[in-house]
Design a protein around this ligand. Structure first.
Ligand SMILES: Cc1cc2nc3c(=O)[nH]c(=O)nc-3n(C[C@H](O)[C@H](O)[C@H](O)COP(=O)(O)OP(=O)(O)OC[C@H]3O[C@@H](n4cnc5c(N)ncnc54)[C@H](O)[C@@H]3O)c2cc1C
Length: 467
């Protein structure tokens, strides 16, 4: 049921209370519903987008500029899925292995994740050489509020209350007893056996930090908010990639799809060169002027290849233009979320401060990946790649936007650098859990939501086993 007031909720017995109705929160509720376990989702926003609601996401940024946190997430039913691009794919196994999670533990949920996201559960990977693979994304169009509104309205197991901003948790020693929320200016507390924070990659840390500030519940959890990361996304260079030649080279393994060609670094490249992992994509539609410029340059420096390229353009089998990069970011303790000690949101809760500095590792990794990719393009004669000067000089990259909010409540075993264990349970706490990209200990290069949904489904199974 979807409720717009608290009457039917207060006093009811919910074994699990979930904070947030984005992909993380709704996927968890669906899994628990499958197990016939009742959940209450507390959602701060309402049915629709409102600037007033977004204002509660106001934050201060220190260090390097990032996208305003009021515009890089949505505080409404369905969360940021109302805004996302839908690019979906599981995390690379070699990235996951750094988390201490076996990939089959998440693979078990790929099918259900794909159904939730209305995509095919096929993510091909074709080996180009030891350093690179052609990879496949699926593109989801799912907005969680649109897809699941009706289902939740009719559900006997999922209750959802909108306009309920969770403030903090309270309890005794290591047991969380209550969650406190504000509903139209009034404070309420709800008891439960399990609490799951699924309020996004900044708010998960913010709510835990506020809980820690207000009571003793999380007093030994010193890493909340630390090691915040994103996926640096920028223009790495320009190039031409001959689709037909690549397809001849890869044969039946060539991934023939409309849209951009996606190439990702391999585990060997990451390990041998000691760099971050990354992916690049090239799209013929991006910038036709660049294509003309490149052909002009190529005709000067490599006349034979340039002529071939020109012929191919007229045959329209080239992928030309900008080379975009999406990279893993190195975890850095100093990139962190804290609470502001003066400024508060409209409900009197301290806003978050985000300290963020780009890493030189990103530039080194981008340069290495592009140079190695340029080498195979030349050696296999499948294309040509030119690096952006600022990347070749290891000088800077211009971010195209910071939309993925990762880390802050990382998985691990040590209180010094992690907040939750492998089951996503907060350290030193018996019944408080976190789901979302805030638990990723490292970011990989892959867009996060597919993994977020897998983790939530796995968490649902874990909680249902205990219950
Ligand atoms: C422009 C853009 C493009 C993107 N494209 C992609 C993409 O192509 N592929 C991909 O994988 N990812 C993409 N993402 C990221 C993706 O949107 C997120 O990974 C995903 O939405 C995270 O899900 P979540 O449930 O953890 O958090 P959210 O979706 O942010 O949901 C959190 C929910 O918690 C609620 N909430 C917050 N605070 C409180 C509180 N105090 N009390 C109660 N409720 C609260 C919010 O209102 C919201 O409903 C993109 C993001 C943006 C901004």
């Amino acid at each position: 049921m979807i409720y717009k007031n608290t009457n039917a909720i207060i006093g009811k017995n919910y074994p699990v209370v979930i904070v947030g109705s984005g992909p993380a929160g709704i996927s968890l509720a669906l899994k628990l519903e499958e197990k016939k376990i009742k959940t209450l989702i507390l959602e701060a926003g309402s049915d629709d987008y409102s600037e007033k609601s977004q204002e509660f996401y106001k934050s201060k940024i220190f260090g390097d500029e990032i996208t305003d946190l009021r515009s890089s997430r949505l505080r409404q039913f369905g969360g940021t899925s109302g805004l996302w691009g839908g690019w979906s794919k599981p995390m690379e196994n070699y990235n996951l292995s750094e988390w201490g999670i076996q990939h089959h533990e998440l693979d078990n949920y790929s099918d259900q994740t794909s159904k939730i996201l209305d995509i095919n559960n096929t993510f091909k990977k074709s080996n180009i050489n030891k350093y690179f693979n052609q990879i496949e994304f699926q593109y989801s169009k799912v907005r969680f509020n649109e897809k699941f509104r009706d289902h939740i309205s009719k559900s006997n197991y999922i209750d959802l209350l909108m306009n309920a901003q969770v403030l903090k948790f309270s309890g005794e020693e290591s047991v969380t007893k209550k969650v406190e929320f504000l509903f139209h200016g009034q404070r309420f507390k709800i008891s439960s056996a399990f609490f799951v924070l699924a309020s996004g990659g900044i708010e998960n840390s913010r709510i835990l930090l506020y809980t820690k500030q207000q009571n003793n519940l999380l007093k030994n959890n010193s890493s909340i908010g630390m090691y915040w990361m994103t996926h640096p996304w920028f223009l790495g260079g320009y190039g031409v990639l001959k689709k037909k030649k690549l397809s001849e080279y890869l044969g039946i393994n060539f991934i023939d799809r409309d849209g951009p060609l996606h190439i990702a670094s391999s585990e060997i490249l990451k390990k041998e060169k000691k760099i971050m992992s990354g992916s690049i994509y090239m799209d013929a539609k991006e910038n036709k002027n660049i294509v003309k410029e490149i052909v002009k340059d190529l005709l000067c420096v490599a006349p034979n290849f340039g002529k071939k390229v020109t012929r191919s353009i007229f045959k329209k089998d080239l992928k030309c233009g900008n080379i975009f990069m999406h990279l893993e970011e190195a975890p850095n303790k100093n990139n962190r979320i804290t609470l502001d000690d003066k400024i508060k949101d409209g409900n009197g809760i301290p806003i978050s401060n985000l300290y963020y500095k780009k890493s030189i590792d990103t530039l080194i990794s981008a340069k290495t990946i592009l140079k190695e990719f340029a080498n195979i393009c030349r050696n296999l004669d499948i294309g040509r790649v030119a690096l952006q000067k600022s990347i070749d000089d290891l000088n800077n990259y211009d971010s195209l936007g910071v939309y993925h909010h990762i880390g802050g409540t990382r998985i691990g075993v040590d209180l010094k650098n992690s907040v939750v264990d492998y089951n996503l349970k907060v350290h030193n706490n018996k019944n408080l859990y976190v789901s979302g990209s805030s638990v990723f200990p490292t970011s990989g290069y892959t867009n996060p939501t597919f993994t977020i949904v897998q983790l939530s489904l796995r968490l649902g199974d874990h909680i249902s086993k205990i219950l």
